[in-house]
Each structure stands twice: as structure tokens, then as C-alpha cells.
Design a protein around this ligand. Sequence first.
Ligand SMILES: Nc1nc2c(c(=O)[nH]1)N[C@H]1C(S)=C(S)[C@@H](COP(=O)(O)O)O[C@H]1N2
Ligand SMILES: [Mo]
Length: 194
Amino acid sequence: MDGNASIKDRVPPGQRLTDGFPVLHHGDVPYYRDLSQWNLKIFGQVEEQAEFSYDDFMNLPRREFGNDIHCVTTWSKLDNVWEGIAVSTVMERVKLKPEAKFVMLHAEQGWTTNLPLEDFLRDTSFFGIKHNGQELTPEHGYPVRMVVPHLYFWKSAKWLRGIEFMVKDKPGFWERNGYNMYGDPFLEQRYDFD
Ligand SMILES: Nc1nc2c(c(=O)[nH]1)N[C@H]1C(S)=C(S)[C@@H](COP(=O)(O)O)O[C@H]1N2
Ligand SMILES: [Mo]
């Protein structure tokens, strides 16, 4: 296989490549002046609720992640390099109840998105802190966003503030508004009827 063919295999059906990094979201960008009140809450089907302060979270060990991202509005961006915190690093501090099967990610201003637990726990999913060498801008989710590259990018909650473990799947913000509950870009699961 030549190089071009393999790039083609990395672009899901109906997607076009962009070199830019478009900004997309519902609602207002939070511009934090002070992160002393910031926290990340872990709740739902856990033995004990947990909460990270900004300093606790930023002091967790980080590593580099490389991936391709696919937005449901049809742009894909290949070869992103991120600095982030592995989901397993956070989960070392959390004891899940056996009933936990789904996750709701909670962002600033009540924005949410849902995904199955096993997709959240995949070793390609992570908490993103830097993108292509730069700290995330407020528009792209500063100080921390979820990154779940194997699903459409709307599952990658910007301005992440909470992780809720659930027994049953429940729709998040876009999922209540016609988007797919799962969102596999290679299967073109864009809308709820796909
Ligand atoms: N908190 C929050 N996160 C969000 C969204 C949002 O509206 N609020 N939009 C999602 C959607 S639809 C997309 S395509 C990506 C866009 O991320 P970007 O602006 O960094 O490209 O963020 C996702 N994360
Ligand atoms: Mo999106």
C-alpha cells in the first residue's frame, strides 16, 4: 500500500481533510480568570466520589498522544499531537461499581455527552491539555478537554468538569438533539437514524 492509500483509509466516509482547527460548540466560551475554584468531579456508580482540584489534576503524569479527529460537520484533521493524561491514570484513583456501564461527560454550563464505559476506558481516550505543542486555547477547551478520537469529535467534551458513571445509557446535549448515541465515524453514525 502506498502512503496516499493509507491516508485514504484514515479518512472516514463523507469527511474532508482540513489543516486548520475549526472551533465548534454550543454556548459561550468560558474565559477563566482564576482556577482556584475549578474542579473535576467524579461521581455516579463509584464506591466513593472523587474530586480533583486544578493543581491535583495538572500534577498527574502526562504523556503524548497522536491521533486523527473527525467532526460530524465533515472535517477531519490528521496527525494531531497532544499532551494529555491517560484515562487509566485518573481511574487508578477511582473504584467503579460493577453496575457502571456508561459515562456522561459534563462540561461547563451543563453541556453533556454520553458514551459507553469501554470507549471512555480505551487507551486512546485521554484528557487533553496541549494540542500540537500549545496549551489549549479557551475556544478549544482550556484547561482540559476530553479526547475520544475513535468517535465523532462531539464526544470530546471541552471545558470538562465532571465524569459521571451510569448504569444505563442516557443522551447528552447533542444526542438529545438528533445526534447518534454512539457516533462511529467509520460507520457514519452521524444522526439518531444512522
Ligand atoms: N463543552 C463542550 N464541548 C464540546 C462541544 C460543546 O458544545 N461544548 N461541542 C463538541 C463538538 S460538536 C465538536 S465538533 C468539538 C469541536 O472541538 P473544537 O472546537 O476544539 O474543534 O467539540 C465538542 N465538545
Ligand atoms: Mo461537532
